[in-house]
Design a protein around this ligand. Structure first.
Ligand code: A3P
Length: 335
């Protein structure tokens, strides 16, 4: 799941949370010169044009320098709130289908563990770089980092990347709900969140740079980078699962398709199936040395497309649509 918060600085309702600030102690700490903003559940800091949770910054800085990709790594790169949990479940199940019996809770980890824990985030949350070195190949890894913050060896090693993003209005609403679920202090109101999102200031934002970087990679290197939208999986999950299996080098055999193995995977990873498992209804994980507890149920809200209309005004929708059109102009990327 997305990295959650440690700091719980009080947000002063008299001051706009979108205000930009920077610390003063510049000589001693170069990070202190970076712009920070408050408003979301934790402060964000602008590092190499990407807004990161400030408490995670040092971990993420190390990824570019110290993460050692392997040529057979599979990296699930997602913009947060685009269906990371779903993609992790699908990819894990596809890749490990010869190892685990589906319906057998004793042997299929998907039935007893949250999918987020089955695919480690590079450099964070159980995916610390030293630990990743010890994992056998081929590794299935995840990241929310933009392509520009991954080591360049990811390209030269031809690692396969599956990128997942989402229609921005729905992505924004999912982000807003999630942030408020994990917030320890004040909640962010919809208008403030919307303004910040449209300014590019949201976790791992600007979202348009994130989408475009991977989009361009997928056009240049289609054999290595698969670009997916949440909406595509919703509309035809079986097609996506079959395509993913091929892309990941483990295509379904005719016999598997005849006996419905692929369909069973779609069912097992569906919103209904995953969200009703005991682990995902009642489990959760401690973060930040026990200061916070993220309920896995927060990762399963609605699982639908088009929910933005229930939260945003028509004007807001049009404003975001115009922004998206403008940012993606000429790229071929459309929603
Ligand atoms: P909503 O908030 O719109 O419901 P992430 O995993 O990247 O944090 O994304 C969370 C979004 O994916 C949430 O969207 C969540 O409900 C949805 N989601 C999680 N598991 C899903 C599944 N198996 N099928 C469809 N959507 C799923």
């Amino acid at each position: 799941m997305e990295q959650a918060q440690v700091e719980t600085k009080e947000k002063d309702s008299n001051n706009p949370p979108a205000a930009v600030s920077s610390e003063t102690n510049h000589d001693e700490n170069p990070i202190a010169t970076l712009p920070t903003r408050e408003g979301w559940s934790t402060p964000l800091i602008l590092y190499n044009n990407c807004w990161l949770r400030s408490h995670m910054l040092t971990k993420f800085m190390l990824v570019k320098e110290n993460f050692k990709p392997r040529h057979d790594d599979i990296i699930l790169a997602t913009h947060p709130k685009s269906g990371t949990t779903w993609l992790k479940a699908l990819a894990f199940t596809i890749v490990n289908r010869s190892r685990y019996a589906f319906a057998d809770a004793e042997h299929n980890p998907l039935l007893t563990r949250n999918p987020q824990t089955l695919v480690p985030f590079i450099g964070a949350q159980g995916g610390e770089l030293d630990h990743l070195e010890t994992l056998p190949s081929p590794r299935l890894l995840a990241t929310h980092l933009p392509f520009s913050l991954l080591p360049s060896a990811v390209t030269t090693m031809d690692c396969r990347i599956v990128y997942l993003c989402r229609e921005p209005k729905d992505g924004f609403i999912s982000r807003w709900h999630f942030d408020n679920k994990i917030a320890q202090g004040a909640k962010i109101d919809l208008n403030t969140a919307f303004t910040m999102f449209c300014e590019g200031c949201s976790p791992f934002g600007p979202f348009w740079d994130h989408y475009l970087q991977y989009w361009k990679e997928s056009l240049q290197r289609p054999q290595e980078v698969r670009f997916l939208r949440y909406e595509e999986i919703v509309s035809d999950p079986l097609k996506v699962v079959r395509d993913l299996a091929g892309f990941l080098g483990v295509p379904f055999t005719e016999e598997e398709e005849r006996s419905g193995v692929d369909q069973e995977m779609v069912r097992l990873c569906s919103f209904k199936a995953l969200s009703s498992l005991d682990i995902n209804r009642n489990g959760g994980v401690e973060r930040a040395e026990g200061k916070i507890f993220i309920r896995y149920s927060a990762l399963f809200r609605q699982g639908k497309t088009g929910d933005w209309v229930n939260h945003m005004s028509k004007d807001m929708g049009e404003k975001l649509d115009r922004l998206v059109e403008d940012k993606f102009k000429g790229s071929g990327l459309k929603f």
